[in-house]
Write a protein that binds this ligand. Structure first.
Ligand code: SAM
Length: 302
């Protein structure tokens, strides 16, 4: 077994496109969402996701889409990413129902919520990610003639910098309540960068703003992933992505950070609670990867 070497492929100002470095993780999870959409009873349907895979021709994800497999092990990540996607979909839907009309999808990647969800009629949805990720996404969606269901604004910015200045330049209004999502991002930031990110969200959140955060594998035990793959030769759970080298070994505690800064935090849910809430019975494979089950999903209101 290789020894995980946290963050060894990273530097403080590294950049990427959709097929390199951290950017590839956005393509990978889009692949899992695409496979989840094909499953018998999907929790969410992202019909755009498959087009990102086709556009790159990535061999691993193209193969996965052609033959996603049917065993519990093979379908683990698509299923769990379906659970995560549903959590954030519900967060934005609920926020919209309470009258929040400004949303920021932080580290949007290839997430297609502006196109999939029914937003309030006056909603503005900001999507923040690095320029090449957003360019690729726009190219594919424009090519499909996809139309966002709310006003969608791209903000190309590095989340390790003063990114909310770019957000405000793009028309974000800090005086109105906002729904912020931080999905699948924190493991890719150092502890200091995570704090700075939440501090910027906090500073730009009017009363009644909401935030949701979580990442599958945020409490990842790399040995468990390796064991799962060893026990099932030929089952590649991660497209050969070396997550340990792309992520930092600093499990965040966003719930505590938010509490400390005066936010009202709902009871934190994990991957097991969420599955139960969506009427799913977690299959036996979940016991083998209990570190994934401890991934935390946090919702808070200012
Ligand atoms: N939230 C999306 C989803 O769940 O489909 C994407 C998740 S993907 C695992 C991680 C995303 O974080 C990538 O799109 C990557 O470009 C973005 N990201 C990570 N660090 C970033 C940074 N410093 N600045 C901007 N984007 C960043």
């Amino acid at each position: 077994m290789t020894t995980p070497s946290f963050g060894s492929l990273r530097s403080d100002d590294d950049q990427w496109d959709i097929v390199s470095g951290v950017g590839y993780t956005a393509l990978l999870v889009a692949g899992w969402r695409a496979v989840h959409a094909l499953s018998a009873k999907p929790l969410v349907r992202d019909d755009y996701a498959q087009h990102f895979i086709t556009a790159t021709g990535d061999p691993y994800l193209t193969g996965l889409l052609k033959d996603p497999g049917t065993s519990e092990d093979e379908t683990t990540f698509p299923r769990l990413y379906g659970v995560q996607t549903r959590f954030f979909d519900d967060f934005f839907t609920n926020a919209g129902e309470t009258g929040i009309e400004q949303a920021v999808i932080v580290a949007a990647g290839l997430d297609s919520r502006p196109y999939r969800l029914d937003w309030p009629s006056d909603a503005t949805v900001f999507e923040v990610d690095l320029p090449k990720v957003l360019e690729f996404k726009a190219r594919v969606l424009d090519g499909l003639g996809a139309e966002p269901k709310g006003r969608r604004v791209e903000v190309a910015a590095d989340l390790r910098t003063d990114w909310t200045a770019e957000l405000i330049k793009a028309g974000f209004d800090p005086r109105v309540p906002t729904a912020w999502s931080v999905e699948g991002l924190l493991p890719y930031l150092t502890g200091d960068a995570q704090e700075a990110l939440f501090a910027q969200i906090h500073a730009n959140s009017a009363p009644d703003s909401r935030v949701a955060t979580g990442a599958l594998g945020s409490r990842l035990d790399h040995d468990q992933l390796a064991e799962l793959e060893r026990a099932h030769p030929g089952v590649n759970m991660s497209g050969d992505v070396d997550f340990s080298a792309l992520t930092y070994d600093n499990p965040a505690d966003p719930a505590q950070w938010l509490r400390d800064h005066g936010w009202s935090v709902e009871p934190v849910r994990n991957t097991l609670n969420l599955q139960a809430g969506y009427g799913l019975t977690p299959p036996p494979v979940d016991v083998k990867i209990d570190s994934f089950m401890r991934s935390q999903y946090v919702t808070a209101t200012r």
